[in-house]
Design a protein around this ligand. Structure first.
Ligand code: GLU
Length: 473
């Protein structure tokens, strides 16, 4: 993966950017400013481990762009974290937010640790110290830079961050908005946990509902009965698999570190998850066949391949063996520019990360808005809507002399709660973003692939925003 010495993730992002920049009208200077990482903060701090020894921790926060405030992006805990990776991921956040019209600049953080090797108490100390370092340098705050979960982190880490921040900033009324992906009890929003996977599903479903696109790929319209392979059974992979299965697709293979499993009749992600929890491995799942290597799953014959783990898993070496018709990049940067060239030649549609996995940041935006407005979604209108629906329904029943069924009645009367509103806001966002990118692509048939179309759309938005800020008169 990113341990590959010659692979620079940031350089890959720059290459994809340059490929797209040719299809825009912006001056080189503006393009250079968009591409550059504005601030890179590399830090080292000591942590006393449970055994009494002191370890020096290496960590980063990168703010790629401040064309909108705050900066936004997750924090990853991984052995593989390095400056190049965090810079690449921060850049992707800028473009991602632009595409889905979330008014943030891009940021990203990383701590170079394998979280599995530390106790909960040690992880808490590392996370709190990291947050304190960010506060000291003014690198965190609801109007400055707002972290979120990423690979190796989740709601627990976010609650440590908000608690540390709030205690160092007494009286800051909007402190809860300093980080997103928090537990609901700590100011989180309902629907954030499954957001990225659900966004992946909404994006791919929209692509599969486009008759011209499906015709070109030789596929039938809709996701139903499509054969799906998911690599990674973390939060994003798990939820992507879940929503595809619930929509009638068949998840024929799942892959994790230890290997991959295959069942042409379809796998249930929750059962596989429980099996992994009980046995420590997804292998030997009842009814499924083990694949020799986890990477073999990427090369299976299927309709949709969802890489949902780390970057650089499909590259120039294995791309020629990929048999999927559609690749949905649920992870950040799973396919390299070399792989993109292969997909173009083979007619594979690669639906790019920078918008497809934007569900997470989109719902983070909803969470941040909730924190700034200090009110739960639905609180003001749920009851009102239900009363109004009851009234309308009783009028219809009276006028027609007919009654709807009990289940219909429940459905019609239901006023939206936070979960409903977040899911529907996400659905709207992903559908619009998919159509926007496809329109850019249709408007310029010279654009070779969907990633380039997505970059063109993002560059145009960020450049317009810089221009409007008056930085480039
Ligand atoms: N880490 C996620 C991503 O890569 C979410 C970021 C956020 O919610 O700010 O998009």
């Amino acid at each position: 993966m990113s341990s590959n010495q010659h692979y620079s993730f940031f350089h890959s992002v720059e290459r994809s950017f340059d490929k797209a920049a040719k299809f825009t009208k912006w001056d080189l200077g503006i393009l250079e400013q968009i591409k550059a990482c504005n601030s890179v903060y590399q830090m080292r701090f000591p942590v006393k481990l449970d055994n009494g020894k002191i370890e020096v921790i290496e960590a980063y926060r990168v703010q790629h762009s401040q064309h909108k405030s705050p900066c936004k992006g997750g924090i990853r805990f991984s052995d593989e974290v390095n400056q190049d990776e965090v810079m690449a991921l921060a850049s992707l956040m800028t473009y991602k937010c632009a595409i889905v019209n979330v008014p943030f600049g891009g940021g990203k953080g990383g701590i170079k640790i394998n979280p599995k090797k530390y106790s909960t108490y040690e992880l808490e100390k590392i996370t709190r110290r990291y947050t304190a370092e960010l506060v000291k340098k003014n690198f965190i705050g609801p109007g400055i830079d707002v972290p979120a979960p990423d690979y190796g982190t989740g709601p627990r880490e976010m609650s440590w961050i908000v608690d540390t921040y709030a205690s160092l900033k007494p009286g800051e009324i909007d402190a809860a908005g300093c980080v997103t992906g928090k537990p609901v009890t700590q100011g989180g929003v309902r629907g954030r946990t499954e957001a990225t996977g659900l966004g992946v599903f909404f994006g791919i479903r929209e692509v599969c509902n486009m008759p011209d696109v499906m015709q070109k790929l030789g596929l039938t319209i809709g996701v139903e009965n499509k054969k799906v392979v998911v690599q990674g059974l973390g939060n994003v992979g798990y939820h992507s698999a879940k929503f595809f299965r619930e929509a009638g697709a068949k998840v024929i293979a799942l892959a994790e570190y230890e290997g991959a499993i295959f069942n042409e009749n379809g796998l249930n992600e929750e059962e596989v998850f429980q099996h992994r929890k009980a046995t420590g491995s997804i292998l030997n799942f009842p009814g499924a066949t083990n694949l020799a290597k986890n990477s073999d799953a990427l090369e299976l014959a299927c309709d949709i391949l969802i890489p949902a783990a780390l970057e650089n898993v499909i590259n120039g070496e294995n791309a020629p063996r990929v048999q999927a018709k559609i690749i949905g990049e649920a992870a950040n940067g799973p396919c390299t520019p070399e792989a993109d060239e292969v997909f173009i030649k083979k007619g594979i549609l690669c639906v790019p990360d920078m918008y497809l996995n934007a569900g997470g940041v989109t719902v983070s935006y909803f969470e941040w808005l909730k924190n700034l407005s200090h009110v739960r979604y639905g609180r003001m209108e749920k009851r009102f809507t239900e009363n109004m629906n009851t009234h309308i329904l009783s009028q219809i029943e009276e006028l027609t002399g007919k009654n709807v069924t009990e289940s219909e009645r429940k459905f019609i009367m239901h006023g939206p709660d936070e979960h409903d509103l977040v899911h529907s806001g996400l659905e709207e966002t992903m559908i619009n973003a998919t159509r926007e990118i496809m329109d850019v692509w249709k408007d310029n048939p010279e654009i070779p692939d969907m990633r380039t179309a997505a970059y063109v759309s993002a560059i145009n938005k960020v450049a317009t925003s810089y221009a409007e800020l008056g930085i480039f008169p």
